[in-house]
Ligand binder design. Sequence first.
Ligand code: IMP
Length: 189
Amino acid sequence: MTLDNDIETILWNEDQIANRVSELANQISGDFKDTATSSPPIVVGVITGAFLFLTDLVRKIKLPVIVDFIRAESYGAGTESNGAPKISCDLKVDVMGKHVILVEDIVDTGNTLCRLIAHLKLKGASSVSVCAFLDKPTRREVNFELVGEGKYYCGFQCPDYFVVGYGMDFAETYRNLPYVGVLKPEMYK
Ligand code: IMP
């Protein structure tokens, strides 16, 4: 019995993910090359879902960066967000006057990003960019606004499926799958 047996469809395999992550890292390296030496961007991983994406991404960014993590919780054990996310684990580094790149696994309703961007703005970040591995635009409830010269980077647009793997879970399982897939319907019960 392996985790793979629970998967109905693979949406993005390891090679596709690695190629896209390299492209995103190149884009970020280009966009931050003029400021990174004097003020390295702070790459903030939103845990737990972004942990694999963040580690792959930063290893491909050819500039000095600072890495930190933040946790925002809005999901229970199911597949529906319960609205207003809470920041349950805050940053260690001071973002005042710094460029921040928020790294998310997936943007769904947009509630988590809105909450995190507002938080970073309040802490005085001079710009907030977002690098989301996946985006489900059809599910959006709130639109987020970047801060300052912040940019939006997105790996892939995701169809309206609940996906698992590459950091993303269902009931805290499947995060360690190296690809992104959809579970067999019976697994969501
Ligand atoms: P939002 O606040 O509704 O945008 O939700 C964002 C968070 O919900 C993501 O960071 C994920 O942790 C989680 N999430 C949303 N869609 C999925 C999914 O399809 N699979 C796994 N987690 C998801």
